[in-house]
Design a binder for this molecule. Sequence first.
Ligand code: ZN
Length: 263
Amino acid sequence: MAQPCIITVALCGSVPRKEHNPGVPISVAEQVESAHEAFEAGATLAHIHARNPDQTPSSDPAFFAAVQEGLQKHCPGMIIQFSTGGRGRAMEERGSMLHHRPDMASLATGSVNFPSIVYANPPELIDHLAAEMLKYQVKPEIEIFDLHMLYNAGKLVERGLLKPPVHVQFVFGIKNALPAERRILDFYLSELPRVLPGATWTAAGIGKAQIEVNRWCLALGGHCRTGLEDNIRLDAETLAPQMPRWSSARRIYAGNMGGGPRR
Ligand code: ZN
């Protein structure tokens, strides 16, 4: 039997705001509702960022806990993943919600340039977040924005800060970081079994790369990621629907894909 594909929904991230797409879920209630819509449509992993009422990024543990509680109630069995990354958060607060023991949390294993900032993940922060995830039995998703981050994850395993089998996410299409090129993913996958034996993987395409990267994942046996964190549009002319009704989204999506969506 083929391995099932786990679809992650990255609800809002830390950048898109309602003025970019009115459907971006900001409040706890909006995030739970949006995750539930995605859950009904086939997503089984929710990637969570906290926001303040003014839409700026937040590290408030109470916000994360409230979304977690809502998802446990309304989306039974959905995997809950907190982000320890994102822009606009104080470094020392990025792991401050891990004591709520989500199923998973993101862990970037190196620094990289983003469109207008350095996304800083210094070695001591990586070690601290990895140790906290071990302490609270939270499974990390290793966020790989550039090649060195794969090998850094291997070193965390060697040092006992990361337990195999590791789950990784390769991120493509962020301006100033790696372009969305299939041959880069091919190289990652050729190295993955040697560096992180037994690892599972997914990939995320940012902006217009989103659907293409998902196609590669499906063809190569990986998992998938969707959501407004990565892309607020269905295509160049169409914003993702404000209230995502699966039937209308499916019509547009099917037109883009040349076929029906994977459920
Ligand atoms: Zn995120």
